[in-house]
Design a protein around this ligand. Structure first.
Ligand SMILES: Cc1ncc(COP(=O)(O)O)c(C=O)c1O
Length: 403
């Protein structure tokens, strides 16, 4: 059966035409949750309409879309990744959990983590450490704030003691620091370790190269601009061959569906589990979320991540100096290699962050305050002119009792 049609909407840098109902004057929360574009809404509705008309026939109509979306996501990842090396998971965490519980661990294996990471990329490793007797080794992020080279040197010191895996976020959620994923992959491999990347704060806005990465987990609702509940896990084929799929479900077997469609005699419980990324697809998929994700990634691909990153960087180039002038401390890296889609700042002394953020939201500037930082996270639909509204809102907020 042919896959259903893709979105026909066109994205334009700096245009909100596909977001007619977006309430905020300046929506800067793409590092948290993206608003749904018309493309996303229409593709999600198309799935619902097909299910409304046909039930199971709706599912059958959307099954072929899954392989097509994998190809699209693989192209976004670059690095020679193939669609068949991806499996769909509900969110980033589910991808981390899958890897943490499916490696052929040996007691005493060391896992290198980074202090200050979002907990999604910590909790599953802690749980696996308890179950499999692993040792967690923590690298501070401070050297990465100094320079890429200092960060890599600190990681190398941790790797020198031996390690099975390094787990890192492509971009740190609270400061927007981009981690040197490619170099970390090379370093890990030289020390006999694998690299796991939580890509949700980078993929879709920051050019990434995953050629040296063994595992990538990513939810779809932030910079990929899809909905919650649909994400993916990439597993390098050599790593997939080694994995022990301890968390597999009924869809993880070879010929998993044959007993439903090929008549009697196919119901068996001894079919081998697939040694490929799709083994993480445990049960019924989220077709609405996957259709929405395809639509949002199609828009990103129309523009190209390089162009989106240049656009978002121009936004921050305008905003950052005006915030610094007003006494904010910017956490944006001086080194362009370490910059991302998020500009994060600390408020001037005496300014209460919660009150400041609330006053900005009140004025139509939607921002968040992760771990004590004020985070500005624009994406392709934000116009550069919005920077002036943001600055006006900051001035208004600072003058309205946030101290
Ligand atoms: C770095 C990072 N990883 C993971 C997540 C979320 O993970 P999940 O997709 O499982 O909700 C976030 C933010 O919500 C994040 O900033």
């Amino acid at each position: 059966m042919d896959a259903p049609p893709r979105t026909t909407h066109r994205a334009e840098l700096g245009s909100r035409a596909l977001f007619p109902d977006l309430a905020a004057r300046s929506y800067l929360n793409h590092a948290a949750i993206s608003p749904a574009s018309l493309a996303v809404r229409e593709q999600a509705k198309a799935v619902l309409d097909d299910y409304a008309r046909g039930g199971l026939a709706g599912l059958e109509a959307w099954l072929p879309q899954k392989a097509r979306l994998k190809e699209t996501l693989a192209a976004l990842l670059g690095g020679g990744v193939r669609g068949e090396d991806l499996g769909f998971v509900p969110n980033t965490t589910a991808g981390v959990v899958q890897v943490a519980f499916s490696l052929p661990w040996e007691r005493g294996d060391r896992v290198v983590l980074f202090e200050g990471e979002f907990p999604a990329n910590v909790t599953p490793w802690q749980q696996a450490a308890e179950l499999f007797g692993l040792e967690l080794v923590w690298v501070p992020l401070a050297p990465f704030y100094e320079s890429v080279e200092a960060g890599l040197a600190a990681t190398e010191r941790a790797l020198a003691g031996g390690a099975r895996l390094v787990a890192v976020s492509a971009v740190e959620f609270q400061t927007g620091l981009r981690m040197p994923v490619e170099a970390l992959g090379g370093l890990a491999h030289r020390h006999g370790a694998e690299l796991f990347v939580d890509a949700i704060q980078g993929l879709g806005v920051v050019p990434l190269d995953v050629a040296e990465v063994d595992y990538v987990a990513c939810g779809g609702h932030k910079w990929l601009m899809g909905l919650e509940g649909a994400g993916f896990l990439y597993v390098d084929p050599a790593a997939a061959a080694r994995m022990v799929p301890r968390l597999a479900g009924w869809l993880g077997h070879e010929d998993a569906l044959s007993f439903l469609f090929q008549g009697a005699g196919h119901l068996r419980y001894d079919r081998p589990l697939r040694h490929e990324a799709s083994v993480v697809e445990q049960g019924a998929p989220n077709h609405v979320g996957l259709a929405a994700l395809e639509a949002s990634v199609d828009l990103i691909q129309q523009l190209g991540v390089e162009a989106i990153f240049a656009h978002v960087s121009a936004f921050h180039d305008r905003l950052e100096p005006q915030l610094v002038e007003r006494g904010f401390t910017s956490k944006r890296a001086a080194d362009p290699r370490a910059r991302s889609g998020s500009l994060c700042v600390l408020p001037p002394e005496g300014v209460e962050l919660g009150a400041l953020k609330a006053a900005l939201v009140e004025q139509g500037v939607d921002v968040t305050m992760p771990d004590g930082h004020l985070r500005f996270a624009p994406h392709w639909p934000n116009a550069l002119e919005e920077v002036e509204w943001v600055v006006e809102a900051v001035d208004g907020a600072m003058g309205s009792g946030t101290r």
